[in-house]
Write a protein that binds this ligand. Structure first.
Ligand SMILES: [Zn+2]
Length: 404
């Protein structure tokens, strides 16, 4: 996006390395110099960020900022191919940076081992030409959208879930923003995340690579960016559909003058009322330590259960409970061996999942089917609160559970 006169020259090594770009008539030396002059802020070094970071570095983007507070975990490696066993426990930004600099030693790489939040959003986005949203949670997605609209930056959006992906470029100067389509975040129970719903590992590879393509097009000015269009990818049917999306004249974000756009932190709220009791992880620990006999039911999926449980818990996963409830006539006893039969029929029962949402939904379903709400108790914050994940990563884990 720099002017020709002030574009940086390419070194001999760069001319060799980017030869396949230079012989593209649409790209050429000028396109390569524009990339070298360009900068991208990549928010999230996970599934989408892995291919995007590697391809942008390899393509010769001059400066890349990587934002991610998380460290590499084993469960990431099914899709986050910028990382590996050799970098388990390291910051994702550090892990990805090693590969990126190996691909392009001239890259200026700026690591931000921090959450993208309302305190740093303007400062970070203002320093880059293009933003890639590689996050997997709604509050961050809305904040990225709003700050890009406010500062007049293109936001290359990608979303993945199960076998499906989406791609668009939101640039409020020339087209719609994310809030033109979805003015407010959905209620938490309608916002499944990849941790709960699953994602085919290669899917973020497809969408993240397309995000890198769009960023390169924006920086070099070649082709037609996905502004005003949304690409919808169905990995099972292997179809790519593109739909037109329009600017909403009443959009709560981009209908305003940029200076009038006020940044805020979206709260993911549950539209369903709380049913039954609730208990904090600390209170539960106290009761167990005091020798109380508290029945615990883990409603997560079996693979999550295998990764670790609260001692003494029995497994009754949410899909099985819901299937049992659909099949069981109201008021009758559950079949022996069924998920419902694993739930004690008397006394207090504490239900938990990863972050407290699925277990709350199970309690609602049980109460709707005639169970006594008074004895059904939800563990607030789920096993994440129990193991202390929430304590040191505060809001983000909750956000992740809520949306991403
Ligand atoms: Zn808008």
């Amino acid at each position: 996006m720099a002017q020709d006169a002030c574009l940086p020259e390419l070194s001999d090594a760069e001319i060799r390395r980017f030869g396949r770009h230079l012989i593209l008539p649409e790209f050429g030396i000028e396109g390569q110099r524009k990339l070298k002059a360009g900068s991208v802020l990549l928010i999230g070094a996970g599934g989408l960020g892995s291919p995007a970071s590697l391809y942008l570095a390899a393509a010769g983007v001059g400066r890349i900022g990587l934002v991610d507070p998380d460290r590499v975990e084993e469960t990431n490696l099914q899709r986050q191919v910028a990382h590996g066993y050799s970098t388990l426990g390291r910051y994702k930004t550090e892990s990805a940076a090693a590969r990126m600099l190996d691909l392009n030693p001239d890259l200026v790489l700026e690591r931000h081992d921090t959450y993208f939040n309302i305190d740093n959003a303007v400062e970070l986005v203002s320093r880059y030409d293009v933003v890639i949203d590689g996050t997997d949670n709604f509050p961050t997605r809305y904040l990225v959208n709003d700050v890009c609209a406010k500062l007049g930056k293109p936001n290359v959006f990608g979303g993945v879930l199960r076998f499906d992906g989406q791609l668009s470029v939101f640039d409020a100067r020339f087209g719609p923003c994310y809030r033109c389509l979805f003015p407010e975040p959905p209620p938490v129970e309608l916002a499944p995340n990849c941790a709960e719903a699953g994602v085919l590992g290669v899917l973020p590879g497809v969408i993240g690579s397309l995000q890198a393509t769009e960023a390169i097009k924006l920086l070099t000015g070649i082709g037609t960016p996905m502004i005003g269009r949304m690409m919808v990818y169905d990995g099972l049917d292997m179809t790519f559909d593109t739909i037109r999306i329009a600017k909403d004249p009443a959009c709560p974000c981009c209908s305003k003058a940029p200076s009038e756009i006020v940044l805020r932190t979206e709260q993911m709220v549950c539209s369903a009322p709380q049913v039954g009791g609730s208990i904090t992880a600390d209170a539960l620990k106290d009761r167990l330590a005091a020798g109380e006999d508290v029945a615990l039911v883990d409603v997560r999926n079996p693979p999550e259960w295998l990764a670790g449980i609260i001692p003494g818990a029995r497994l009754a996963d949410k899909p099985s409970i819901e299937a049992d409830l659909r099949e069981l006539p109201l008021g009758s006893s559950p079949q022996p061996g069924s998920a419902l039969a694993a739930i004690p029929q008397r006394g207090e029962v504490v239900f938990y999942c990863q972050g407290g949402l699925r277990s709350a939904a199970v309690i609602r379903a049980l109460v709707a089917n005639g169970h006594d709400a008074k004895r059904l108790i939800n563990l607030e914050g789920g096993i994440a609160a129990w193991t202390g994940e929430v304590a040191d990563q505060s809001s983000s884990r909750k956000l992740e559970e809520a949306a991403g």
